[in-house]
Design a protein around this ligand. Structure first.
Ligand SMILES: [Zn+2]
Length: 279
């Protein structure tokens, strides 16, 4: 039996018994862990606010003989309320929380990933364009997991970038014309430029304020969404849960009007804007 005190991000909050909640927490010093918070779904519960999804809180936890922790005290550090301002922010923040869940193991500390997630939530909660913040934060999480390619040069031969065309290889990264192989997709020049500039920006600072500083137009973001998604699925072997939800939501938002009775596109990932990375 042990008592621990730690700062955590609430990755998920689920109903458990009458008014209790089952939490998936990402702790600064201990990594991912599951905990029960008694009364945390009651409107006036002592633990309710500090256990809201995507909140950062200081918690006292108790571990008995089971692997499940119990929250004994919780003090809100930041609710990140701005993240809930619109669906774009909420959805993207949920996707990042899901990626952290997928990339980490229980009770395996990942301090760089913790810092990246806290900075991402702070930036998404602010009144700035959430799209580049999300893309930038996603690559920071992948970097913290040791998966991110270096975008400054061809990933196969290491040569600095010459003139386009450039290509993207699924779970590997960008390659130049000399190294192109069958199956590599063409890469929108603006997308590689964005990724290289993001790398350069992170070389000078990794806080929340640097997130999303590199901006681009909608076609570049669509291409970046697609290649980040392909890269992630390649390494995880599946589509994270929150991404499937986002596909359904974005599919509704991005679909052109259809004649009544036409085929439905709800949940079709094609609306992500694949044109930027297809050969
Ligand atoms: Zn090359």
């Amino acid at each position: 039996m042990s008592r621990v005190s730690d700062t955590v991000v609430v990755l998920r909050k689920r109903a458990y018994r009458e008014q209790d909640a089952l939490l998936l927490l990402f702790s600064q010093a201990r990594g991912k862990l599951s905990a029960v918070a008694r009364g945390a779904r009651s409107p006036r519960g002592r633990l309710t606010a500090a256990t809201e999804p995507l909140a950062v809180s200081r918690m006292e936890l108790y571990q008995g003989r089971s692997t499940l922790f119990t929250v004994t005290e919780a003090e809100l550090v930041s609710l990140n309320a701005g993240v809930r301002r619109d669906l774009m922010r909420t959805g993207r923040a949920a996707m990042l929380a899901d990626v952290v869940d997928e990339l980490t193991s229980d009770l395996d500390a990942a301090p760089a990933m913790y810092e990246a997630l806290v900075a991402a939530l702070e930036a998404l909660a602010a009144d700035r364009d959430p799209h580049p913040i999300f893309l930038h934060a996603l690559w920071r999480l992948l970097a913290a997991a040791g998966l991110k390619p270096e975008f400054g040069r061809c990933q196969q031969c290491g040569a600095a970038w010459g003139n386009p065309p450039w290509f993207w290889r699924g779970g590997f990264g960008p390659v130049d014309r000399a190294c192109r192989a069958a199956g590599d997709a063409s890469l929108l020049p603006g997308a590689l430029q964005w990724l290289s500039r993001m790398d350069a920006a992170d070389a000078t600072g990794t806080g929340a304020s640097a997130l999303g500083g590199v901006q681009a137009g909608a076609p570049v973001y669509a291409a970046l969404d697609q290649l980040a998604r392909d890269f992630l699925i390649y390494h995880l072997g599946r589509v994270p849960r929150a991404f499937r939800f986002w596909d359904a939501v974005a599919g509704v938002a991005a679909s052109p009007p259809r004649p009544p009775g036409g085929p439905g596109t709800l949940g079709a990932p094609a609306s992500d804007g694949v044109k930027g990375v297809r050969a």
